[in-house]
Design a protein around this ligand. Structure first.
Ligand SMILES: [Zn+2]
Length: 199
């Protein structure tokens, strides 16, 4: 289970401190609000926001789970795996696991998403086409100091989203790595500070 109080959060209005006050005016439906139009779309339509990984790793993993002893689910999952390969050949998809692996307590397969357009197309598609299966949508966030994925625990908990019923993951693996990550981050920050001192 995620514990949101473990983390600190910037104000959602960071960068918008000097924006003009928002109007109270309602749209023609009398309920929704009229927003001042800027004519500029959020950059999030084109590129995943930091610290999401816009590189080769892919910003999001989708893990689709099935109960490996349930023949009906297994059959459905295998057909879904094939369908994704046929309909979304540009996505990266891995092995159809028939047993639990890593933090995943039941069998699953994994798909990686690289662009907001892929996310925008694939996730709504999966909402409708996932049948009886649950899917985990978790980000891969890059640490600005080390360039590595240092927050895998958080990426699989507080930053995770589920389609269908959530399934408890075995997070022990990530907790073991947190100490290593903290050390790597400290070393990178010290190196940066030393370089800044020299310059
Ligand atoms: Zn993953």
């Amino acid at each position: 289970m995620a514990d949101p109080s473990r983390y600190t959060y910037e104000s959602p209005l960071k960068g918008y401190e000097n924006a003009p006050p928002l109007p109270d005016e309602k749209a023609a439906d009398g309920k929704s609000y009229v927003n001042p139009q800027t004519g500029v779309l959020s950059k999030a339509y084109e590129r995943f926001p930091d610290p999401l990984d816009n590189g080769r790793r892919g910003a999001f993993d989708i893990h689709v789970y099935y109960f490996q002893k349930n023949q009906k689910q297994k059959q459905f999952a295998y057909e879904l795996w094939q369908r994704i390969r046929l309909e979304f050949p540009e996505l990266r998809i891995y092995r159809f696991w028939e047993e639990p692996i890593g933090p995943h307590p039941i069998a699953m397969f994994e798909v990686n998403l690289f662009t907001p357009a892929q996310f925008g197309a694939f996730i709504p598609w999966l909402v409708i086409n996932r049948g009886p299966l649950s899917a985990l949508v978790h980000p891969n966030c890059v640490d600005p100091d080390t360039g590595e994925h240092e927050e895998e625990y958080r990426d699989h908990t507080q930053r995770a989203t589920w389609l269908g019923n959530p399934i408890a993951l075995d997070l022990n693996l990530f907790q073991g790595r947190e100490e290593e990550s903290a050390q790597r981050k400290k070393a990178a920050q010290e190196k940066k500070a030393a370089e800044e001192k020299q310059a």
